[in-house]
Ligand binder design. Structure first.
Ligand code: ADP
Ligand code: ADP
Length: 218
């Protein structure tokens, strides 16, 4: 579903992502592991078309996400969860995103139910806990019913209940046939959830393996 080929990103002297190639299959949760600064966010931003590669390609369903404009119908992203207007409610944010992408209002209600924000959807986003903001970010990503869910460190800073909830959601999304890609700098955070592992360090591929094979080898 996601194909990354020779993907490279340089910022001046720094090579953030270095000739990366790997694939993410539908119906699976793929863990994207590496220490802080390894190049995970940069890779995910290029997959989502939010950043242009220096070289190489990243495609979703065979198509490149055009730089700058994420087609809501094809791609889900948590990467913009921080960009909330504190005085506006979850409902307002999602309604604006739906309207801007030609999606019907019923999708807003559907995703609010899916992420369990229905009862607080009219409260200003500035009053939300981190966990609620994460849920809102995921609601935004699910709005267009995308075949792919790309989640950048979604467990960061969450309480145990939020962590359990996001893990369950990722399994559910994969069971529905979506390709789920989740980054983390902590193996223990995702090892029980992922089917496949892609490990990077200093922008380079270190391992690309099924979780079953990884467990057997370690
Ligand atoms: P990770 O998500 O794995 O923590 P990043 O993709 O954020 O890693 O960063 C990879 C490398 O690229 C780091 O060395 C980081 O400092 C550098 N980098 C990321 N974004 C930029 C940028 N906009 N300008 C310059 N360097 C950047
Ligand atoms: P534009 O490219 O003109 O800003 P878009 O409709 O592409 O308009 O996106 C509007 C905002 O919503 C952008 O910040 C974009 O990153 C964000 N966005 C788009 N699609 C998603 C998604 N699936 N999940 C989360 N945020 C998204």
């Amino acid at each position: 579903m996601i194909e990354v080929r020779g993907l490279t990103k340089r910022y001046g002297e720094v090579t953030a992502v270095d000739s990366l190639s790997f694939g993410v299959l539908p119906g699976e949760v793929t863990g994207f592991l590496g220490p802080n600064g390894a190049g995970k966010s940069t890779t995910m931003r290029m997959i989502l078309g939010l950043d242009a590669p220096t070289a190489g390609t990243a495609t979703i369903g065979g198509r490149a996400a055009a730089a700058h404009s994420v087609p809501l119908k094809a791609v889900g992203s948590l990467l913009d969860a921080g960009a909330l207007l504190p005085s506006r409610s979850a409902y307002h944010h999602l309604l604006a995103l739906a309207a801007g992408n030609g999606l019907p209002r019923r999708r807003v209600h559907a995703v609010l139910d899916e992420v369990g924000l229905g009862s607080v959807a009219r409260r200003p986003a500035g009053t939300y806990s981190l966990g609620m903001k994460q849920r809102l970010g995921i609601a935004a990503a699910l709005l267009g019913d995308p075949p792919v869910l790309v989640l950048d460190e979604p467990l960061n800073g969450l309480d145990p209940e939020g962590i359990v909830w996001i893990r369950g959601l990722m399994r559910r999304m994969a069971a529905e046939g979506r390709a789920v890609m989740v980054s983390s700098h902590l193996m223990g955070e995702v090892e029980l959830t992922v089917d496949h592992l892609v490990v990077i360090g200093r922008g380079r591929l270190i391992a690309d393996t099924s979780m079953a094979a990884f467990i057997e080898a370690n």
